[in-house]
Design a protein around this ligand. Structure first.
Ligand code: SF4
Length: 361
């Protein structure tokens, strides 16, 4: 059977796919792309939502072969093409001396990205009046699939193994936001320093804008090469509704932080994650993306995926038509300001697996 057409990956990311096998190598809960599986087409790998309830109404389904190496994608019962399923990485079979499995410390995203949430706790997560409604950071901890705090030495040990055994090319270090003015920058610094002292691995750190721009220089000195500060929503009304706590950090602070961070990390090495489908109009996202790109900030626009167990589990997904109209507009801004995923040293914009934006650069 022929491979699935690449253009259909965007469709699959918006609708989700009904998975007709066991869980296999998938992410359930946590920060980042939860309830997803990785699907590969040639050189391209995409994270596609499959395990959440919202995907169970999708017209698309995936039937894996007996070895779990490939799957055939169907629409309304008609076979459309096949995809490859990345195998379980070798480092998942190892544990630290204290018996913690490596996969509880960091996981493989897409096919060559090592990802970790250094602090699996956030000041806002237990208060419904302030928590980000799309976030599932507490779920994987409750399910025993991760540990609350990944120590620098643990991260260094896992990163070394993931590079040596599985050819991991870059690393994403995100964190829940602690109750400190640095917003997690300090633990990202010590974590990045430990990893880069052990293995050559480009790291993207992700945090809220810290209290002082001096943290950007400290992060760089610790070995961080790219920085993500994630807006998620772009208009004030949507920010206040979807992420009431984080919306207390004014957009003006994000912009001053972006400006300062670009001076430290360079044009295109600072990025932000924007979730399309939370209520922002296409115009609002396109205008914000143009403003960001003009500053040298890569606007990584992804379709919102409703995660089970979160307040937005039943929130509508963006339609495929909405995303197909939006991506080319973001692509124009990227080209106008000389931003390319391939030039990003590390992180989500480089990986690109949660979005079809790369096809429109
Ligand atoms: S784009 Fe970011 S969150 Fe998505 S799979 Fe890649 S590294 Fe993970």
């Amino acid at each position: 059977m022929a491979d699935l057409a690449l253009g259909l990956l965007s469709e699959l990311q918006c609708h989700g796919v009904r998975w007709q096998g066991d869980g296999g190598l998938a992410r359930k809960g946590g920060a980042g792309p939860s309830d997803h599986k990785a699907l590969s087409l040639g050189e391209h790998t995409a994270m596609v939502p499959m395990l959440n309830l919202a995907s169970q109404a999708s017209p698309y389904s995936a039937v894996p072969d007996a070895r779990g190496e490939q799957a055939v994608i169907f629409r309304d019962g008609q076979a459309l093409g096949q995809v490859r399923l990345p195998g379980v990485p070798s480092f998942y079979g190892l544990s630290t001396a204290d018996g913690t499995p490596y996969w509880k410390i960091a996981t493989l995203h897409s096919r060559d990205v090592l990802a970790t949430t250094v602090l699996q706790h956030c000041i806002r997560m237990n208060d419904a009046s302030s928590a980000c409604q799309f976030c599932a950071i507490g779920q994987s901890l409750e399910a025993g699939k991760t540990i609350a705090r990944k120590r620098p030495a643990q991260l260094a040990e896992v990163a070394e193994a993931a590079v040596r055994l599985d050819g991991v090319k870059h690393m994403v270090m995100t964190t829940g936001t602690p109750n400190t003015p640095d917003r997690g920058a300090a633990i990202l610094c010590e974590s990045a320093a430990a990893v880069t002292a052990r293995v050559a691995l480009p790291i993207q750190a992700q945090c809220e804008p810290p209290d002082s721009d001096a943290w950007f220089g400290r992060l760089k000195a610790a070995g961080v090469v790219s920085l993500g500060m994630h807006l998620e929503a772009v208009s004030e009304a949507v920010r206040a509704r979807i992420m009431p706590g984080k919306a207390q950090v004014p957009l003006a602070r994000y912009f001053s932080a972006f400006e300062a961070a670009v001076k430290v990390f360079g044009h295109g090495q600072v990025s932000t994650y924007i979730l399309a489908g939370l209520g922002d109009s296409g115009d609002a996202i396109a205008q914000m993306s143009e403003r960001l790109a003009a500053m040298g900030v890569y606007p990584f626009v992804v379709p919102f995926v409703p995660i089970d167990g979160t307040p937005l589990a039943s929130h509508p997904k963006p339609s495929s038509a909405f995303m197909q109209a939006l991506y080319p507009r973001i692509g124009q801004s990227l080209r106008r300001h000389g931003l390319r995923a391939a030039d990003v040293h590390a992180g989500c914009a480089k990986c690109g697996a949660c979005s079809a934006l790369r096809q429109h650069e």
